[in-house]
Every structure is written in structure tokens, then in C-alpha cells.
Design a protein around this ligand. Sequence first.
Ligand code: NAD
Length: 452
Amino acid sequence: MTTAEIINPSTEEVIATTELASLEQTDAAIADARTAFESWRRVAPGDRARLLRRFAAAVDADLENLASLEVANAGHTIGNARWEAGNVRDVLDYYSGAPERLTGQQIPAPGGVDITFHEPLGVVGVIVPWNFPMPIAGWGFAPALAAGNTVVLKPAEITPLTAIRLGELALEAGIPEGVLTVLPGKGSVVGERFVTHPDVRKVVFTGSTEVGKRIMRGCGDQVKRLTLELGGKNANIVFADADLERAAAEAPGGALDNAGQDCCSRSRVLVERSVLDRFMKLLEPAVKEFRCGDPRDESTAMGPLISAGHRDSVLSYLDDAPVAFRGAAPEGPGYWFAPTVLTPDRDARAFREEVFGPVISVVPFEDEADAIALANDTEYGLSGSIYTRDVGRALRVSRAVEAGNLSVNSHASVRYWTPFGGFKQSGIGRELGPDAPLAFTDTKNVFVSTDA
Ligand code: NAD
């Protein structure tokens, strides 16, 4: 039996040991999910909806426990972790409205009646990264289950605890065995098997662009349905006409939340040159006030990085760019990293690659066209922000930036009732929003002749 030691990134202590599923166990879970699919797809829409609402209620009743597990396993601040558990509840509640509303169309056709059905796909494999273990799991399994599929879900090796608990809560809520199975395991074993097993009809992958490309190639063999949510290198564009105090006060939250381990982190702050000096003066205290510390403390803004290896990787980005200023971080055990602001060249690694840590790169731009070109000079296209008081410019630039989720005078990218996903190499497909259940169905067209 292979096991993994689960480490608390704030203390470096081992807090649990989990079993990693073997290939045989993965195949057995997929077979059970395949069997469960035959009955789950036939559960009456109203009953499926009720079970999902009960699952949501079970998550709500366990919210403090789930949040504490995430604080211990991933170092998320207690405030964020509560929001994340609440997000799973809300996403389940939202998609519990879907089974009874999964309506097809009736399309005019001569000589008969033409109708469409949204048929569930079968077993869906959901592969989750370590940075947001709870929400990303829920964004996959809730709409998939609502549309009548069964789900096998693989959490990241290092952050399986909340996913395991969510699997238990599903069973306690009355979701039948085999409908949602959580399989902690390695990407190279369990994740790969989701790609190669013919009974897994769709893969939902959130993670690095590198692994996503490999999964996309693998899915091609079986023309397997696929949603990819990959990396980001998102721009926060601050124009000279913006409310600069507000833009500077909000920039740290947009980039440093979850210690910057966020695919939507606005880690490239592009500032119109005429206001650069003033913006930097306003940004410095805001970054220094973004408190890094014990994630159990309600006043902490960000916790540690996920692992020692990841901290080394983030640190390497400080090599080739001038450091403008840094905040503070605890010393001693824990993978702490102080918030850092760089002023790199446009071709520096820190400005071009996804650092996935609390590192902001500030780069000036000359005018609107330069800002758009700079924002788009990346293979990624996930999110971004535009700070301006000019409504026309806000809309013009929003349309011109090649990214799936933009916000004006705000950094909010995720609402469970609006679609979320990436342009370019940030992904394919959309999660959340009203249409997510349709991504777990194939449309079937049926023509019925009315000829006598
Ligand atoms: P990762 O790609 O290393 O791993 C993600 C998941 O894939 C893990 O569960 C891992 O075990 C699994 N995996 C690894 N190799 C695999 C393989 N060969 N086949 C199948 N599965 C495999 O990513 P990570 O380091 O866990 O997460 C960080 C990345 O995730 C960042 O690039 C970040 O931007 C991205 N991310 C994207 C979004 C989004 O919605 N676009 C959200 C969060 C994170």
C-alpha cells in the first residue's frame, strides 16, 4: 500500500497519512461509478435535486470542520477557508435547481416532431489541484451530478483531506454509493487512468498548463470530452484617470490572496507611466499591511506557501528583477514568504511566468494601446482587472484584453452563477454559471414522424 504524509504548511508537522489509490483500486472505483450511473441517471429529477440539497445542507452543517481541515492542510486563512466550504454548499444548492430545468428544445421539422435531449455522459473524472481543494472539486462534481453523471474525483496528493470529507458527507446525505467517489492518489496513476479508461467519458482538469496539455493529448485518443482550467498571468491595468487610492489599496488583495497561489492572481500590475510614482507610494503601505501569518488568526490576510519546494521555486523569481519593497512574514517553521513587489523588465521571468506566490510585478505603460498589447503579450488568458473612471475605456479595454474573466474597478472573478474559464492556454470550456450542467451532457436529437 502506498501512502502519503500530509503536512501542515504553517508548522511543517505531519497531520495525517492517506492511502494512495493503486491502478486496480482506480479501475474498481470507475467500474462502481459505471454501475451507479445506470441508476443515478434514472433518479427522478426532483429526487436528484433533493439529494443535492441535502448534500449542500450536510456541507453547511460541517462548515467549521471543513474550514479547519483546509487551514491545517493547505494553510488557507480561516476566513478564506470558511468562504471555500460555503462555496461548495452554494454551488451544490445552485445546481440542485438544474435537474428539473434540463430542458431540451422542440424544433420545427416537416412531417413530424423534432425534440432534443441533454443526455448525461456517464462517469466523469475530476482532477483537482492543491491551491483551492474545495471550490474546484465542487465546480466539477456539482453540475456533473446534477446532469445525471457519476463522478470519480482525484484531489492533489498533498491536499486530500477536505475532498475525503466531502465524499463522506455525500454518503451521509444519502447520495448513493458509487455516485461520488473520492480517490486520493498520484496524478501519474489515478489521474492518468481517468484519461485512458474508456468508461470515463469526460475529464475535468484544473492544474498546470503543462499537465493540461498532456491530458488533452491523451483524451484525443478516445475523443474524450474535456474541460481544462489552467494557469494564468493576469494583468491589473491601472489608468491615470483611475481612483488611484482605491486601485493601490485593492491591488494587494487581487494579487496576494491565498499567498498568490491563485490562477486568477493579478500578479502583473500595469500602471500608466504618468502616475507610476504616486501609485508606488500608495502601494507600499498597502502591501506592508497585507499581514502574512498564522492562518488560524482571523486578522491574517495570507498564510504560508504550500511546500518547501514551492517556496524555493517562488524565491527563484527574485533573482532577475529589482525588489521595490517587501512586507513581513513569520520566521521559524512553516513555508512563509513575505509579500514582495518587483519592478522587472518586460522580458523578466517574474513578469512572464506564473510565479504562483506572493510576488507582484509592477511595469509602466505609455497609453491605452500599449497597455492592451502588454496585457495580451502572454500565452495565458484567464482573468484581469481594469481600473479607470472612463466607462467607454473600461468597456473598450475589457473587449480588447484576451482573457475569460475581467473585472472593472474590482478584482472579483469568481461567482458561482457566472461562467468562469480561460482564453488561449489558460483553458478550454467554462465552469460555473447557468450552463455548466450542459457541459456534462451530449445533445441528442430525435425526430418523430407523424405521417399516418
Ligand atoms: P498540477 O498540474 O501539477 O496538478 C494538478 C492535478 O493534476 C493534481 O491532482 C495532480 O496530481 C494531477 N496530475 C499530475 N500529473 C498528472 C497526469 N500526468 N495525469 C493526470 N493528472 C495529473 O498543478 P498544481 O501544481 O496542483 O496546481 C497549480 C496549477 O493549477 C497552476 O498552474 C494554476 O494556475 C492552476 N490552476 C488553475 C485554475 C483555473 O481555474 N484555471 C484554478 C486553480 C489552479
